[in-house]
Write a protein that binds this ligand. Structure first.
Ligand code: SF4
Ligand code: SF4
Length: 348
């Protein structure tokens, strides 16, 4: 990895250069909570001034720019003796500015799923390849626990990654040729020994700033041991089966595909929609049998996929510790409390 330093004034010029040729997405304040704290979302921006890089987190993740909630996979037109199919998955160049380390780690996990050898998704891959990513370090929010699941530091999966240091400057990590070439559009400097020390000190401050911690050691085994724990009933009884947790999660990717054909059979579409394992029909199959008819089993399997099944498949948890699911849940269900209750249960 190559590192440089960049003055904040040069970073503004860099964003303006990126804006000239790309659709640009970034954290924008969209409102305030009753206690006055700002609400942010990743949205298209047209000027540097619209970016709010001091944001804590966004309500929804940037997943939507790679896995939209709904997309047409293909459309069909039927003629007298023939038919044609249209598949569109190319997108115009896009840049996302200001992604945090946990959200870039989330994309790396989605890469494992959608870029795998046998069944790569051209829809996901085209968006991922056509998206220039500028990440940024930040002091952890009250409820972030990304450090507990090893997602607070990112070493690849982006083009440029910024860490603020003294003197209104950033240390910039460069992880791609296009990142290097784009950075060359503005003035950057080689790191001095003091800059390196500043960078290390900044990273230590961030690591020491986590207030929420989850003991994730041995979690896959604990989940196996606590498969029948009353903790699942206790939390499952609160669940409203609304699916908001999966929709806000940067790594939940389950989906369903349906086909629509027009009444005159002249055209049709194959559509994909994201689904949530907490929804009542998630495990409903033809014939009417539902493999997960109650809320506790659906909630349990969401936690198993995050912290058990994905570990088995990819040697890492699927959860990146952003706690968006806990934040959006109207029933107050959140990973630190659920996992803590399982650990208490195990000790009894
Ligand atoms: S855990 Fe919370 S957000 Fe998720 S489905 Fe249940 S009530 Fe909705
Ligand atoms: S499960 Fe919750 S905390 Fe973990 S990545 Fe998804 S939204 Fe974030």
């Amino acid at each position: 990895m190559l590192f440089k330093t960049l003055a904040k004034s040069e970073f503004q010029k860099l964003v303006e250069a990126i804006l000239a040729t790309n659709e640009v997405i970034g954290p924008k304040q969209v409102g305030s909570r009753v206690d006055g704290r700002p609400i942010h979302q990743y949205l298209p921006i047209t000027s540097f001034a619209e970016l709010d890089l001091g944001y804590e987190t966004t309500e929804l993740s940037a997943k939507t720019y790679f896995l939209p909630f709904q997309e047409t996979l293909s459309s069909f037109r039927f003629g007298e003796s023939d038919w044609e199919q249209q598949i569109r998955y190319r997108i115009q160049p896009r840049a996302i500015i200001g992604l945090h380390a946990c959200d870039i780690n989330a994309l790396l996990k989605l890469d494992r799923v959608f870029e795998r050898d046998n069944f790569p998704s051209p829809y996901y891959i085209s968006r991922r390849r056509n998206t220039f990513i500028v990440g940024i370090d930040h002091m952890p929010g009250e409820r972030c626990f990304c450090r507990s699941v090893g997602a607070d530091v990112v070493t690849h999966g982006f083009d440029l990654f910024l860490t603020e240091i003294v003197g209104d400057r950033y240390v910039v990590a460069i992880d791609s040729d296009r990142g290097f070439n784009t950075l060359n559009l503005v003035k950057s400097e080689a790191l001095t020994e003091e800059d390196t020390q500043e960078y290390v000190a900044a990273r230590k401050r961030i690591a020491a700033g986590f207030k929420t911690k989850v003991d994730a050691d041995n979690l896959p085994n604990l989940l196996d041991l606590e498969f029948d724990s009353p903790v699942w009933k206790q939390w499952g009884n609160k669940c409203l089966s609304c699916g908001s947790c999966a929709m806000s999660c940067p790594t939940c990717y389950c989906y369903g595909v349906s086909e629509k054909v027009s009444m005159d059979f002249s055209e049709g579409q194959k559509e994909k929609k994201l689904h949530s394992c907490n929804l009542v029909d998630f495990a409903l199959v033809a014939g009417g049998h539902n493999f997960r008819p109650n809320r506790q089993s659906r909630l349990k399997y969401r936690y198993y996929h995050q912290h058990r099944g994905f570990v088995e498949a990819y040697d890492q948890p699927k959860c990146v510790g952003c706690n968006r699911c806990g934040h959006v849940c109207l029933a107050g269900i959140n990973p630190p409390d659920v996992i803590s209750d399982l650990q208490v249960e195990e000790r009894q």
